[in-house]
Design a protein around this ligand. Structure first.
Ligand SMILES: [Zn+2]
Length: 297
């Protein structure tokens, strides 16, 4: 059976322990304000996966540290080490451990229900972190939804996702959403910007893209990766209404189109994680998948 982090002893400091996570100062201030009336469910979107996880741990510290998340006391250090009695982390490792024990993901979550029905052991809140909640199996997400529909005194949930649009709408509507700043709001690199411009033209006119990718050696993996991450950055800007020339053009895809772009980018990224992925084919797929099936309004 998967054990919640709560039942694990405090870890001995590892020789190569990562430096304590850094959380944006403004986010921390908002968390401290929120903590007076902590929402039962908090969605943390934006930033990188590591930023979201660091922010979720900071939230747990704010809710449990006697000094509002000082980062230095025993409670804060235990949370940072993911070994605090009132901290449950549902992530890849959680589901892998369940799998090793022959327990399905849904059953592993079901086993947490009685824990969530109990008040926390300490004086703060029991914080359950659902890392990369957009990847949760739909049965798990529905179980979670049922959980959030009931009051769970002393228990709060942090749902982490790149964008709220990736989560079940019914989950988001029951949550308070906190948006983390995008880590590097730097300008697009010139070569990636040029390709993204061509992509936007293709989405407008349906022309000019395949000539580009069809040229032998036109885009290598590194450039394709820069195009993907550039689009990710601009997508976040478009979703948050931040504007800018590229984000402004992306916004014209409309909410459904942006959601589709988000999914397509995630799938393209997955494809590029395979070292043998044919770069031009993946880029062509990305270009056409965004505007297919009438997603574009
Ligand atoms: Zn502390």
């Amino acid at each position: 059976m998967p054990k919640p982090a709560a039942s694990q002893p405090a870890p001995a400091p590892a020789p190569h322990e990562p430096p304590p996570s850094r959380v944006d100062g403004q986010v921390l201030v908002r968390m401290r304000t929120l903590s007076a009336r902590a929402p039962q469910s908090l969605v943390l979107e934006g930033g990188s996966a590591a930023d979201r996880e660091a922010a979720a741990l900071a939230w747990a510290k704010v809710l449990n540290c006697p000094d509002n998340g000082c980062g230095a006391c025993a409670v804060c250090r235990q949370i940072e080490g993911r070994a605090f009695r009132d901290l449950i982390i549902v992530d890849k490792a959680f589901f892998e451990e369940a799998k090793r024990d022959g327990v399905s993901g849904t059953d592993a979550i079901r086993r947490l229900l009685p824990v969530w029905g109990q008040p926390p052991q300490g004086a703060g809140k029991r914080v359950t972190i659902l890392a990369e909640a957009q990847d949760l199996h739909v049965a798990v997400a529905n179980l979670l939804l049922k959980t959030l529909e009931e009051p769970r005194p002393g228990n709060v949930f942090a749902l982490l996702a790149p964008q709220r649009e990736r989560l079940l709408q019914t989950l988001v509507s029951r949550s308070f959403v906190l948006t983390l700043p995008w880590p590097e709001a730097k300008a697009l690199e010139p070569d990636a910007a040029e390709w993204i411009g061509a992509l936007l033209d293709f989405w407008d006119s349906g022309q000019g893209w395949f000539e580009r990718t069809g040229t032998k050696g036109a885009a290598d993996r590194a450039l394709a990766q820069r195009i993907l991450s550039g689009l990710q950055h601009e997508l976040i800007k478009a979703l948050s209404g931040a504007g800018g020339p590229v984000a402004g053009r992306l916004a014209r895809l409309g909410p459904a189109g942006l959601r589709r772009l988000d999914l397509v980018l995630a799938q393209a990224q997955e494809a590029f994680n395979q070292p043998t992925a044919p770069v031009a084919l993946v880029l062509d797929w990305l270009a056409t998948a965004v505007i297919s099936k009438g997603a574009r309004k």
